[in-house]
Design a protein around this ligand. Structure first.
Ligand SMILES: [Mn+2]
Length: 328
């Protein structure tokens, strides 16, 4: 029995389903959850989506997103729980999930296999690609609303069709989405052109304070206390800023220290292939993808921060990417 066959069986057997994903959901988690929910409802099932945190503001007007329940504990009975995009059961940040029959669907490397069914496909550019495979196995139609969410999942998780995870099936799904009536231009406008003024201001402030290391190949961004208030930005407004230094030809990695967010000092890493920042994150107990990873720093000592920067610089050196030349 393949994982997909096992999931089809779970769906056939059940009537009430719960769907969740990771805390601070992104376009792929929202798109995958809602697409699956709409398809299950089309099959006559009752579906509740629960997340700890609200969807990104840019996605709030998409179909069905307003119905997502926000909670940090779930107790009602469900026939099965679908956990999308989570390496372990702590990632949703919701209590009480372990009592359900869990269907674990993920495309990230490294998964704790916490479900009765565990389906991973690290070749999928987005969890949304896996949802399409499941819908096809269920014989569920790609309606315009479902296709809209799948397109959002792929658009956002591929960094607007730029990541190495993209395959022919990515475009095949997008072709089917366009055929289903998805308006790519209006979705792009919704996702990328509805930012707050605070986001523009904090982007400027962070780039103004950017430091270059490793001979100009590594950009270091630091979000210190007070910058959010100073610029009128929200924590969500920082999302995506970390990718901007990679627009520069010679910069192949970015390290971002976020001192004002969450409890500890959060370190986010981004890189251009083949620089492997996941290997650095794993050394500090974190994880992620080869070119997008993160972890919580063991402490805030300057020596610790310097060591982290050195480790990323060493990861760049490992790939043999040359030092920036003065004129390039
Ligand atoms: Mn994803």
């Amino acid at each position: 029995v393949t994982p997909i066959e096992a999931i089809v069986e779970e769906i056939a057997r059940g009537r009430r389903f719960l769907i969740t994903s990771h805390a601070r959901p992104d376009g792929d988690s929202i798109g995958s959850q809602v697409a699956l929910a709409l398809a299950l409802e089309g099959l006559g099932k009752q579906v509740t989506i629960v997340n700890r945190d609200p969807a990104p503001a840019s996605l709030l007007s998409l179909p069905r997103v307003e119905d997502i329940v926000l909670a940090d504990r779930v107790d009602e009975p469900f026939d099965a729980l679908f956990v999308m995009e989570c390496g372990d059961l702590a990632r949703p940040g919701i209590e009480g999930l372990d009592k359900y029959r869990i269907v674990n669907i993920d495309h990230h490397p490294g998964n704790a296999m916490y479900g009765v069914v565990n389906w991973f496909d690290t070749s999928a550019a987005a969890c949304g690609e896996m949802v399409v495979e499941l819908l096809d196995a269920l014989g569920a139609p790609l309606t315009r609303d479902i296709a809209t969410h799948l397109y959002v999942a792929i658009l956002t998780d591929t960094g607007s069709f730029r990541h190495s995870s993209i395959s022919p099936r990515t475009f095949e799904i997008c072709r089917r989405a366009a055929e289903a009536g998805v308006d790519a231009a209006s979705i792009a406008r919704q996702v990328y052109e509805t930012a707050s003024l605070g986001k523009l201001r904090i982007t400027g402030a962070l780039l103004q304070r950017m430091r270059l290391e490793a001979g100009g190949r590594l950009a270091v961004l630091t979000l210190d206390d007070g910058l959010l208030q100073e610029t009128g930005a929200s924590a969500e407004d920082i999302d995506g800023v970390i990718n901007l230094p990679l627009n520069v030809k010679d910069i192949v990695a970015v390290a971002m220290f976020k001192e004002a967010i969450d409890d500890g000092l959060r370190v986010s890493l981004r890189s251009k292939a083949p620089v492997d920042v996941r290997a650095v994150a794993q050394r500090y107990g974190g994880g992620g993808h080869t070119s997008a990873a993160g972890f919580t720093a063991p402490d805030r000592e300057p020596a610790t921060l310097a060591r982290i920067v050195q480790d990323v610089a060493a990861a760049i050196d490992l790939t043999g990417v040359d030092r920036a030349t003065p004129d390039s």
